[in-house]
Design a protein around this ligand. Structure first.
Ligand code: GTP
Ligand code: MG
Length: 419
């Protein structure tokens, strides 16, 4: 257990200090989520990345001295460190200070929060893959400490090989288990797809208010927390739209800048819900000074997941807490199609619901039907699987206006009328 952290953010050549500052603010929140106290922070700019410490050796010494004088037991880098750089820092601090990077912090948070079997396995896989290259430098280091005699080095290498093999075996095992869990979920989903209700996924940066929005839209009570990554597992709920059109809405895991690629990979299956849904609601925190960077991150990850061509409703949330009207105008200019809402007060939700209806209307055919009385089962089916906007009993049958999923078009088209 570590409890006194020093945070370091490095501006690399071509980077800008403001971004480093923003990322460091976020790193502070991430580290706080792990309940580690932060006693010192430093921002450093470098002209050229150095192999050994990323920063120059003199700078590294200076930073370590600062950490030591404040009794830090862990240094957290916002930048990604190679396995060797991580070792070099730890060695330079005489192995009294643990050195980790943003990726490891995120892995730890995910590890703590994972609850379902699938999430636990996904995090385990990401962690094992993170550790694999790090085993080697740990062993190289041990050898050096022992003096590196020929016999010992051989022994060390064998042990390293053994360890690597063990980790690889574990990776294979976790992958197998994960596959079977995913298969199970596939089956569940296919079952649901038999009743093809339109689906929509709520995506966005962590802490933007995705779960709060799901709760508001569907009258649910899933966990909402002022913490990063409160949600890891997707939750789906029915969200009937004002017209009666049924819709299933899914809440998803949040994104963060510099999300470890292994985690994106590991959570691909979970995010599958977003990939297969009919459209997306992209939630952003209107009050975050970094809101545009957040939007970019989310869109980039979505593209990586192959969901770039989905219809997206952009939503700026938390306008009840808006402290600067100018921000809203600026964002409205940059994102002319966006909705401004508050998942807390409900402001703007109606407009959002209308937008959702409009998208479904575009995707699903709108028809006027006259269904004979002895086929009332079809009307019932439309209630379940399509959207019934108007229903009226007439002498010749039931008049229905609404939307019919593509799959059912053939069956219903013969009852279509124009009046
Ligand atoms: N003021 C205000 N706060 C909000 C609103 N919506 C959500 N919040 C707060 O924002 C924080 C995060 O909300 P969540 O709904 O958990 O956010 P999330 O996007 O699901 O977060 P993760 O699951 O961690 O990625 C909580 O403290 C909420 O109470 C809103 O409309 N107004
Ligand atoms: Mg959530």
């Amino acid at each position: 257990m570590v409890e006194r952290a020093m945070l370091i953010g490095i501006t690399l050549p071509g980077g800008d200090k403001q971004t480093t500052r923003g990322l460091l603010d976020e790193l502070r929140e991430l580290v706080t989520t792990l309940e580690i106290g932060i006693v010192h922070e430093r921002e450093v700019s470098i002209r050229k990345p150095q192999a050994k410490f990323l920063v120059g050796s003199g700078k590294a010494e200076e930073l370590i001295a600062e950490a030591q004088s404040r009794d830090c037991d862990v240094i957290v880098f916002d930048n990604e460190l190679t396995a060797a750089q991580q070792r070099n820092w730890e060695q330079a601090a005489k192995d009294k200070i643990l050195v980790i990077d943003r990726q490891e912090v995120i892995l730890d948070i995910f590890g703590k929060r994972a609850q379902t079997k699938e999430a636990v396995l996904q995090v385990e896989l990401a962690r094992l893959e993170y550790n694999l290259p790090r085993l080697k430098s740990a062993w190289t280091h041990l050898n050096r400490q022992r003096g590196g005699g020929a016999i010992q080095r051989d022994a060390g290498e064998t042990q390293l090989e053994l360890d690597q093999r063990m980790v690889r075996t574990q990776i294979a095992r976790v992958k197998r288990e994960l596959e079977s869990v995913i298969q199970h979920r596939e089956v569940q989903r296919k079952k649901r797809m038999n009743v093809p209700v339109p689906t929509c996924a709520i995506v966005g940066y962590t802490n933007a208010g995705k779960s709060s929005l799901l709760n508001k839209l569907t009258n649910s009570h899933i966990l909402v927390e002022d913490k990063l990554f409160a949600t890891l597992d997707p939750t789906s709920r029915r969200c009937p739209l004002p017209s009666g059109q049924p819709l299933v809405v899914t809440d998803t895991v949040g994104f963060v800048r510099n999300l470890p690629h292994r985690l994106v990979d590991a959570f691909k299956a979970t995010l599958e819900e977003a990939i297969v849904s009919n459209f997306l609601i992209h939630v952003l925190d209107v009050n975050s000074p970094e809101v545009e960077a957040h939007a970019e991150t989310t869109l980039t990850v979505l593209a990586e997941l192959g969901a770039a061509d989905k219809k997206i409703i952009t939503v700026f949330n938390k306008i009840d807490a808006l402290w600067d009207e100018a921000t809203r105008h600026e964002l409205a200019l940059k994102f002319p199609d966006a909705c401004f809402i508050s998942a807390h007060s409900g402001e703007g939700i109606e407009l959002l619901l209308n937008r959702m209806e409009a998208i479904i209307e575009e995707e699903f055919a709108q028809l006027k039907l006259l269904i004979p009385h002895d086929r009332y089962d079809l009307v019932a089916r439309l209630h379940r699987e399509g959207g019934v906007r108007r229903e009226e009993v007439r002498d010749e049958g039931t008049y229905v206006a609404g939307s019919v999923p593509d799959r059912l078009l053939a069956e219903f088209s013969r009852y279509q009328i124009t009046g």
